[in-house]
Write a protein that binds this ligand. Structure first.
Ligand code: EPZ
Length: 417
């Protein structure tokens, strides 16, 4: 088990470079299965989710090299082997093998996806779309066997603009017979990143990034190339840290447009942000003001920054109202923040956060990936030493986290006990 020990309240100066987006690359890697051609994916973060997907590809018969943030993948010999619980249950994104296998092999045998315990996280929207496109689905105790003669393009309306289902339908439509239209599609930047990868292989995907995406099926795909977009969640997490502890703290290699909602809320709280070409510089801000946060789909305030932001709100004068609208159970970190001296009253998917509270270092745990980010922020601000257990959650989504922070003045130790 891994833990980190943080000596709090160190000012941070210097530059943090943002890596490729976890929530994009975990779709791009399974998407490479669609073609027998060679795929090159640049700006790949070295995080455990990527390592798990590389191992899965190798198990399926892929030839994969990963060097200097570049993934080179040759799936010409991949076979439609069953993807067991050993692989599938480790991450949520394993469900992207459904769309890519159905397109390439017309069949998939896969266990239920894993992922952070932040809600029930069903995949009904994915399954409903697949069956509309002519897939026969057998489900037995969370294990899926799906078959189709040939995927058929259809008009698919989503009751909810699901990120995963939007990507999965794109993967299943690119080689289908005829045209597919996704209505009420998710518009997150990661969708556009995946669409550009598919189009680099010769797919015909139009409208990615809008709520209507049209895909015209083609016969086959060829070599593909893509550069992973910057991780807006990693970037936002560091901007929040810099707003609390920065002294000329620069977050580099970002896309400002992907962070508009966070930037606006940090400015409302009184933070001054200096926006450069691909960077934002922030400083520790005194007399932060309480702001209300309501998470939502893009371009709203992204749910993945809700938990980190709740730690920030403990340092704002006044009463902030926080509301999570995407997941049922994304406030499991609240008792751990209160244990450090925060004053948060949580009920259902809402919380009232009263500040400013002086946080004190404690032994706490990360209940999920972004809860871990919230505890990291609290530990860095707190007086004294904070130990965060179950830190594997955090290391899934933040590449070289401890190095990046210690390089700008933090005092964090990663201990494998
Ligand atoms: C992706 O999850 C991200 N994960 C999540 O990031 C992110 O929070 C989420 O998109 C929203 O932005 C990856 O990309 C690997 P959804 P995904 O389908 O695809 C419900 C992180 O911290 N839903 O848009 O699962 C679902 O239960 C992670 O990096 C259904 O009901 O998101 C949830 O309440 C956490 N049925 C909501 O929709 C379905 O078939 C959003 O899910 C699918 C989803």
């Amino acid at each position: 088990m891994k833990k980190i020990v943080i000596e709090g309240n160190h000012l941070l100066s210097g530059t943090v470079h943002i890596g490729g987006a976890k929530n994009s690359v975990v779709a791009l890697i399974p998407a490479s299965i669609l073609t027998k051609g060679k795929c090159v994916i640049e700006n790949v973060p070295d995080i455990s989710d990527v390592r798990i997907l590389i191992d899965t590809l190798k198990y399926l018969g892929s030839k994969v090299t990963f060097k200097d943030e570049v993934l080179t993948i040759d799936n010409s010999n991949v076979e439609p082997k069953a993807i067991s619980e050993e692989f599938a249950s480790k991450i949520r994104a394993s469900y992207y093998f459904m769309g890519s296998f159905l397109s390439r092999f017309n069949t998939v045998d896969i266990s239920c996806p894993g992922g952070c315990v932040i809600g029930t996280r069903p995949i009904d929207i994915h399954l409903e779309a697949f069956s509309k496109m002519g897939v026969k689905i057998k489900e037995d105790d969370g294990h899926y066997v799906m078959n189709t003669k040939k995927l058929e393009g259809k008009n698919i309306f989503f009751n909810f603009p699901s990120v995963g289902a939007t990507i999965n339908v794109m993967l299943s439509a690119v080689l289908a017979k005829g045209k597919t239209k996704i209505i009420n599609a998710a518009t997150e930047p990661e969708i556009t990143n995946v669409a550009s990868f598919l189009n680099s292989m010769g797919a015909k995907v139009f409208g990615a990034g809008t709520s209507t995406i049209e895909i015209t099926g083609v016969e086959e795909l060829h070599d593909g190339y893509v550069k992973v977009i910057p991780d807006r969640i990693e970037a936002g997490t560091y901007l929040i840290i810099g707003s609390l502890l920065g002294r000329n703290f620069k977050v580099d290699d970002i896309i400002e447009e992907h962070l508009y909602a966070l930037i606006s809320k940090l400015e409302d709280a009184g933070v001054k942000l200096k926006v450069g070409k691909n960077s934002i510089t922030v400083n520790k801000t005194k007399n932060l003001k309480a702001v209300n946060i309501k998470t939502g789909v893009y371009p709203g305030f992204v749910t993945d920054l809700g938990q980190p932001m709740s730690a920030f709100l403990t340092q704002c004068e006044g009463e902030s109202l926080f509301e999570e609208t995407i997941y049922e159970n994304r406030l499991r970190h609240v008792p751990h923040l209160n244990n450090m001296g925060a004053d948060i009253k949580a009920f259902d998917k809402k919380a009232i956060i009263r500040g400013k509270t002086n946080l004190v270092g404690r032994k706490v745990k990360a209940t999920d990936l972004r809860a871990g980010a919230a505890m990291l922020i609290a530990g860095m601000v707190a007086n004294g030493t904070t130990t965060i257990y179950n830190i594997e959650h955090l290391l899934r989504g933040y590449e070289r986290l401890v190095d990046k922070l210690n390089n700008v003045g933090a005092n964090i130790k990663l201990i494998d006990e």
